[in-house]
Write a protein that binds this ligand. Sequence first.
Ligand SMILES: C[S@@+](CC[C@H](N)C(=O)[O-])C[C@H]1O[C@@H](n2cnc3c(N)ncnc32)[C@H](O)[C@@H]1O
Length: 308
Amino acid sequence: MTVLEAIQKSTEFLAKKGVESPRLQTELLLAHLLKMPRMKLYLNFDRVLVPTEIDSLRELIKRRGQREPLQHIVGSTSFCGHEIIVSRAALIPRPETELLAELGWKFLVTRHSSLVTALDFGTGTGCIAIALAAKCPNAKITALDVSAEALALAKQNAAQNQVAERIEFLHGDGFAAFQSEGRVPRVPNQNDGDEVGDSQRSSLREFDLLISNPPYIASAEIETLDPEVKDFDPRGALDGGADGLDFYRRLAAEAKPFLKPDGKIMLEFGDGQADAIKLIFENEKWIVEAVQDDYSQRARIITASLNG
Ligand SMILES: C[S@@+](CC[C@H](N)C(=O)[O-])C[C@H]1O[C@@H](n2cnc3c(N)ncnc32)[C@H](O)[C@@H]1O
C-alpha cells in the first residue's frame, strides 16, 4: 500500500466514524508515524509502506475512529509555540486559550517591575502558566489546580519547557488552597486602599494578574458534547455547574483580596456567556474593561479590574 492509498483508505474509515476533518486527521497521524512534517507526505505519495508501518497506522487510525483525540494519540500539542504533553489528567489546551495567554503576557510586560506575579487558576496542563513564564522573564507564576493529576502533568510540562523554577504549583479547591498554605490575604473593607500604604498593600495582595480558563460547560450539556471532549477531557475541567457560571461567581466574589489594587483579572468563557458574566462581575463591583472575541468573532475573554 502506498502513502496515498493509505491516506485515502484511512480517510474513508474516519469519515464513516463521524470524525471531523478525516483527511487532515489521517495525514497528521501518518506524518506522526513516519516522523515527517505533514506537507512532506505530499512528496511521498508513491512511497510504499512496509508491513510494520501499515500495522502501526491501522492501530492509530483505529484509536482515532474510537474518537480518541488526536492530541492524546500523539501525546502532545502545541500552545503558544510550546510543546505541551497531554493526557487524560487535564483538558487539551485549545487554540482560543492562546489568545487569553497572549492578553495576559501583554499586560504583564507593561508592568515595568523587577518581579511581576500571576495566578493561573485551574492550570490543567500548565499551558497558560508556561506561556506567561516564557514570555515574561521577570514573572513568577502560581499555578493552582484542584486535580493532583493535572498538577503533576503541569509540573512535567513546566520542566520540559524550562520554566519550572518560576512556577509555583498549588494544590487545592480554589482560593482555599492559599489558606491551607497559611497565605491568607487581607479581607478588603470599605476603606480599602485608603489607610494602607503602597508597599504594605502590595505585600498583602499577591498578584498583578489573575488569569483563568475555568470549567464553563453547563452540567447537563456535557453529555451532548463530541465524544473527544466528553469521554476524554476530565469532567472536572468541563463542569461549570447548572448554568456553567459557577466559577465566574466564585471568582467575582473571592478574587479581589488576591489582586494588587491595579491588577487585572482575565477569564475565558464559553460562547454566549458574555452578558451573564459581565453582569456577575459588575454586581460584585468590578470594572469590566473589555470583552474580547476569539478567531471566529465570538466574545470569549473578559478583562476586569478593581479600580479601572
Ligand atoms: C477548562 S480547564 C483549563 C485548563 C488549562 N488552564 C487550559 O486552559 O487548558 C479547568 C481547570 O480547572 C481545574 N479546576 C476545576 N475546579 C477547580 C477548583 N475548584 N479549584 C482549582 N482548580 C479547579 C480543573 O481541574 C481544570 O484543570
